[in-house]
Design a protein around this ligand. Structure first.
Ligand SMILES: Nc1nc2c(ncn2[C@@H]2O[C@H](COP(=O)(O)OP(=O)(O)OP(=O)(O)O)[C@@H](O)[C@H]2O)c(=O)[nH]1
Ligand SMILES: [Mg+2]
Ligand SMILES: [Zn+2]
Length: 328
């Protein structure tokens, strides 16, 4: 007999778990759904019975609905509209940079997805890498109640992989870094072991970083799929993914949101957290003589002391101070 409990979990996109968690609240559960795809003003919702419907936003509604949101909807004649936006566990956003060149220039936080448990940042070994790029990614996408993991994709570019890997782990031993390559299916085992039933993960990174390829591996569709495109004959990557979509992975691995790649990220630093990167410094700083110690030339500085006795690397302090200068 087919185990329906597993089959159900694969397709309800965490909705049942969400409903269980808010039993006491007065919501008409018939009209609860989760957004699993967003395309301009069209939203694909999955309902508790696992069926899907298309919904739209009411014209005057200024709220930002994103993939991963739990919502209620109303039916009016033949149209379905988004109604309530239920409280989010967290929200991923980045500063919009796409519109920079257009006349409709706006600098706004752009909401990307909500209610995620795990954020994967894909960095491809065949693309240009800098530590400050990594720092921007980490500072932008460190959000509450979500684990952050760096995926070093295309690790079959062995020399480049080693260089990038050593650079990251040497400077930031706190970061979780996982190498991945499609040329060795086993490299996906570590990634799979991190995924849990019912969890929502998201994958973020530059265009061509291998995000969709990786998802195809996790859904067992690694035999060539619509989600990815082969590199063009001129060797350049090609934009393939155009909107965010939540995908059900193999049983026991939950869901993952595939996102379109982007070229640059800007971060509104003050709203972000770099604790993940500089945690050792923040911890030591509590023992500095001065509360506002810059760990520069102040006396009785616990951070400088730690560098001197070798418990903290000089490079980490330098990156910290460089980032402080950017923040201004
Ligand atoms: N050598 C090598 N190539 C890979 C690997 N993973 C992906 N690729 C190739 O990289 C190219 C881009 O992969 P995609 O998965 O489409 O990249 P993406 O991050 O989804 O790109 P966008 O949708 O544009 O954001 C494809 O041609 C893949 O075949 C890998 O592990 N090794
Ligand atoms: Mg893609
Ligand atoms: Zn200090």
């Amino acid at each position: 007999m087919v185990d329906l409990s597993i089959a159900n979990k694969v397709k309800d996109f965490g909705l049942k778990k969400f409903i269980e968690g808010r039993k006491c609240l007065e919501i008409s559960e018939n009209n609860l759904a989760r957004i699993i795809k967003k395309d301009n003003n069209s939203y694909t919702l999955v309902k508790e019975d696992e069926s899907r419907i298309q919904a739209k936003k009411i014209k005057k509604d200024a709220r930002d609905f994103v993939v991963g949101d739990f919502v209620t909807y109303i039916q009016k004649a033949e149209h379905v509209f988004l109604e309530d936006l239920l409280e989010r566990k967290n929200l991923i956003s980045k500063k919009s940079s796409e519109a920079r060149k257009s006349v409709h220039f706006k600098e706004e936080e752009q909401a990307m997805a909500a209610n995620v448990d795990r954020i994967f940042i894909a960095l491809a070994c065949d693309q240009r890498f800098t530590i400050s790029k990594l720092e921007r990614y980490v500072a932008t996408f460190s959000i509450k109640d979500a684990e952050l993991i760096i995926l070093l994709t295309k690790s079959d570019f062995k020399k480049k992989f080693k260089k990038i890997h050593d650079q990251i782990t040497g400077l930031y031993p706190n970061l979780k870094v996982i190498p991945l390559t499609t040329s060795n299916g086993k490299s996906f085992d570590v990634l799979k072991s991190l995924l849990n039933d019912n969890d929502t993960s998201i994958i973020i990174g530059a265009s061509g970083a291998g995000k969709s390829t990786l998802i195809n591996f996790l859904t067992g569709e690694n035999t060539g799929s619509e989600r990815t495109n082969e590199v063009r004959s001129d060797g350049k990557g090609k934009h393939t993914t155009t909107g965010s979509t939540m995908i059900a992975l193999e049983p026991g691995m939950g869901y993952i949101i595939d996102t379109p790649g982007f070229k640059t990220i800007d971060t509104t630093k003050d709203e972000r957290s770099d604790e993940l990167l500089f945690q050792p410094i923040y911890e030591l700083a509590t023992s500095c003589k001065f509360n506002d110690c810059k760990h520069d030339s102040e006396p009785k500085c616990a951070v400088k002391e730690a560098v001197k006795n070798g418990t903290l690397t000089k490079e980490l302090l330098e990156r910290y101070q460089a980032n402080l200068r950017i923040k201004g």
